[in-house]
Design a protein around this ligand. Structure first.
Ligand SMILES: Nc1ncnc2c1ncn2[C@@H]1O[C@H](COP(=O)(O)OP(=O)(O)OP(=O)(O)O)[C@@H](O)[C@H]1O
Ligand SMILES: [Mg+2]
Length: 454
């Protein structure tokens, strides 16, 4: 009953009071007993008030609640819900309002999810991205762009692209995309400190459904690695051609001389033929090395793993290398732990020993010492080949595993080296999931450590 004396019902209470008063005024001339009239009027007023209270509870309050809820929904709070009793009219209205709120809630959740997915996509792509609207204002910029060109998101947001972008290539790409209304693709270089980076830039105009230009997207891709690979490939082809050209030129030259009458002298003929034989041998070795490398590099290359004793791998090699060492007045010391048994591709591991010992002998001057040591160390087989040779300059050490890299080209060529030996060793060690370490000092010697898992 309290609510009858509060807004908004109180005005009706007053109106009803005057209606009752009006009834009293109409009945007054016909009534003799004023007490009865007063009691009738009071009862009438009480009935009116009870009816008002009932209507208020049944209709006005729920409608007010529904209005309040609609206002909340309008503000964007889609979690509000009304009590619903589908048997009444207001209850049915509440059910509809609840349905509307729940639909809106789902739509917003879907929109938020899409936005989140878009943001994740935009921010996790490997490329830099900017979206510019038709007035030239930046509408979206991703994290990668900020990493690439610096600054903060808020500095770019809503700014004119030609005012805020500090890169001519980007500005030109947007302009071209706007003017030509076609996709454009260009590349440019960008320096971060002293490091040079190569980028490919794509400008893509955006149109609405009426084919009106609505803006442009710039996608900037870092192609530095690709450029490096491209240049490595070119270097590789150049190196192979060069390495093959040298023996071919020599074979051709000596063969021509022999054909042009050089065969009259038996001794010269023999010398020339020996050179031709040695050069063709060198070519064969080079081609074999290249084939080994390309096999090791193919993705589906599989090792043929067997349980082997290191002694089985080295037993044929050691006498040969003893002979080579002696021929060069070097001493080869061998120290092998007994029963070093591990899983390995026997032929590949043999290649490791051959290439390391070959280098130790080639790069150690007369009267030097070569040491071959094999032992178990933690969970690895430790193969150590050291020498008292010419050593390697500290800043060249990181390069000696590159294909065709030789510290001293002239000296290596004299020894017949092509610079592929250590590249092959590195690959074999990698496919065995091992590791390789070097210690070296110029004019003191080199120590190569290979660790293969037991
Ligand atoms: N033990 C060593 N002492 C000094 N320098 C070495 C030693 N081992 C390798 N090097 C240097 O590393 C370079 C690369 O060695 P790598 O075995 O890959 O090629 P290479 O010996 O020149 O030719 P090959 O392909 O015939 O082995 C060599 O040219 C040499 O300069
Ligand atoms: Mg070598």
């Amino acid at each position: 009953m309290n609510e009858l004396f509060q807004k908004p019902l109180f005005q009706y209470v007053i109106i009803l009071f005057f209606i009752v008063l009006g009834t009293g005024a109409v009945l007054f001339p016909f009534m003799d007993n004023y007490l009865v009239l007063a009691i009738v009027l009071i009862i009438e007023y009480i009935i009116f008030l009870v009816m008002l209270s009932y209507f208020s509870k049944a209709f006005i309050k729920p409608v007010e609640k529904a209005i309040e809820t609609m206002e909340e929904i309008q503000k964007g709070n889609y979690d509000v819900r009304l009590l619903n009793n589908p048997d009444t009219m207001v209850g049915a209205l509440n059910t509809k309002i609840n349905g509307l709120a729940s639909n809106l809630n789902q739509l917003t959740m879907k929109k938020d999810l899409r936005l989140e997915q878009l943001n994740t996509l935009v921010n996790n792509t490997e490329s830099s991205l900017i979206l510019i609207d038709e007035r030239g204002h930046i509408q979206l910029i991703n994290q990668k762009f900020i990493e690439m060109f610096g600054g903060e998101l808020k500095h770019y947001q809503d700014q004119l692209y030609y005012d805020i972008l500090d890169n001519d290539a980007c500005i030109k790409a947007v302009q071209k995309a706007f003017v030509s209304e076609k996709n454009i693709k260009e590349s440019f270089t960008h320096y971060i400190g002293i490091n040079r980076f190569y980028y490919e830039i794509s400008g893509i105009p955006i149109f609405n459904e009426h084919n009106n230009l609505k803006g442009a997207v710039l996608v900037i891709r870092d192609i530095t690695e690709l450029k490096k690979l491209e240049s490595m490939r070119k270097d590789f082809v150049a190196n192979v051609s060069h390495e093959l050209r040298t023996p071919i030129t020599s074979i051709k030259g000596f063969a021509e001389t022999l054909l042009d009458g050089g065969m009259s002298n038996e001794e010269t003929t023999r010398d020339f033929l020996r050179i031709i034989y040695n050069e063709s041998n060198r070519m064969q070795l080079l081609i074999e090395d290249l084939l080994t490398l390309s096999r090791l590099e193919t993705e589906n290359f599989r090792l043929v793993l067997h349980t082997v004793n290191v002694k089985d791998i080295t037993k044929d090699l050691i006498p040969t290398f003893m002979y080579h060492a002696e021929a060069k007045k070097l001493t080869l010391h061998v120290d092998m732990e007994e029963n070093v048994i591990f899983k390995a591709d026997k032929e590949r591991v043999k290649q490791i020993f051959i290439n390391l010992l070959d280098n130790a002998i080639n790069y150690t001057p007369e009267n030097g010492q070569i040491y071959l040591k094999v032992e178990k160390k933690d969970e690895y087989v430790h193969i150590n080949v050291s020498d008292t040779g010419i050593g390697i300059d500290q800043n060249k050490i990181s390069r000696i595993f590159e294909r065709f890299y030789r510290v001293d080209k002239a000296r290596s060529r004299n020894t017949g080296g092509t610079g592929l030996g250590l590249a092959i060793v590195k690959h074999i060690v990698e496919v065995h999931e091992g590791k390789i370490e070097i210690e070296s000092e110029v004019n003191k010697g080199t120590s190569m450590h290979v660790y293969l898992p037991l």
